[in-house]
Design a protein around this ligand. Structure first.
Ligand SMILES: Nc1ncnc2c1ncn2[C@@H]1O[C@H](COP(=O)(O)OP(=O)(O)OP(=O)(O)O)[C@@H](O)[C@H]1O
Length: 294
């Protein structure tokens, strides 16, 4: 379904765009129908940039992203199947539109021929699916709704489309603990219905809760990926181990140049520097960043 193949994203920076920074480097992974893949890594590791490229909000510099074999093509038909939800639900709503208007815009764009009564029925079903009471949310402005209600509204909006992949970027980080679990359980239900989710988070425990597969990013590169229980249960890369051990040093930058005595994957990396250590479980050479330095 979704395939990233050797994807690199460079941003032009500097006064005249004369320099560039590589936010994502040689990233390859797939998301298959009905699968939850979590993308984890520290701040600045390139998670959101990957999400934005998948959503067609940032162009790819090199490599390719395809959905059902076709390149990303931002537009009405693409967004019928792929939707993104972001950290701050308030930013996704126009503050002067009531919730009804959000759904009316979906109808106008995608289902202009559906009768009003039928549309109202579909909206009510979608809202109940995300455990919202239509009477309590329709007719309200965004500021009259909680963060959790707004995230659910966005998921309901996605459900009204023929959605197959949801890119969920830190969607629970602004929610309180109990609302966060509610939203995660909701995503688990959607997964049970066959929806695929790319779950972007820096919170390892949340990724672990939902995802069949985990991709660990550092400095724009995949350092490890595989079945979640293997990546969490038997992390192979020192960076993954450091993330999982949650030692207080976590806020300190990982030392690229620190020698790693015995990296068994050294000099064995293929595309993106990854080695398949066991079926489906890939890891980068722990010295890769150092090796690739000019
Ligand atoms: N539009 C941009 N122009 C220049 N650099 C950018 C741009 N967007 C992102 N970057 C840089 O790309 C890198 C990756 O950013 P990104 O937002 O993808 O990281 P992230 O892992 O999602 O971080 P966070 O968890 O803090 O959201 C960072 O160094 C960031 O500064």
């Amino acid at each position: 379904m979704l395939k990233l193949d050797d994807v690199t994203k460079e941003f032009r920076i500097g006064a005249f765009g004369g320099k560039s920074v590589a936010a994502v480097r040689n990233v390859s992974f797939e998301v298959v129908p009905g699968e939850v893949v979590s993308l984890i890594g520290e701040s600045g590791s390139g998670k959101s940039t990957i999400g934005r490229m998948i959503l067609g909000l940032n162009p790819v510099t090199r490599g390719s992203i395809t959905f059902d074999g076709l390149p990303v093509r931002a537009g009405k038909e693409y967004y019928r199947h792929i939707q993104g939800i972001f950290q701050d639900p308030f930013s996704s709503f126009n503050p002067v539109f009531k919730a009804d208007r959000v759904f009316a815009m979906i109808k106008d764009t995608y289902y202009p021929d559906v009768a009003e009564a039928e549309w109202a029925r579909r909206v009510a079903v979608a809202l109940r699916d995300v455990r919202l009471n239509p009477d309590q949310v329709l007719g309200k402005y965004p500021h009259q709704l909680s963060g959790g209600q707004l995230q659910r509204l966005l998921i309901a909006r996605a459900l009204l489309l023929d959605i197959r992949l949801l890119v969920a970027d830190e969607i629970t980080s602004m929610l309180d603990a109990s609302t966060r679990i509610d939203v995660l359980n909701l995503l688990a239900e959607l997964k049970a219905r066959g929806l695929a989710v790319l779950y972007i988070t820096h919170d390892l425990s949340l990724g672990n809760y939902l995802a069949e597969r985990t991709v660990v990013l550092r400095g724009g590169r995949v350092v490890e990926m595989g079945p979640t229980e293997r990546v969490f249960g038997d992390p192979l890369h020192p960076y993954t181990r450091e993330l999982l051990s949650a030692v207080p040093r976590l806020h300190e930058p990982w030392d690229d140049a620190a020698p790693v005595d015995t990296c068994p994957y050294h000099e064995r990396g293929g595309s993106g520097g990854l080695v398949e250590a066991e079926p489906g479980h890939h890891v980068a050479c722990a010295e890769l960043q150092r090796c690739l330095r000019p």
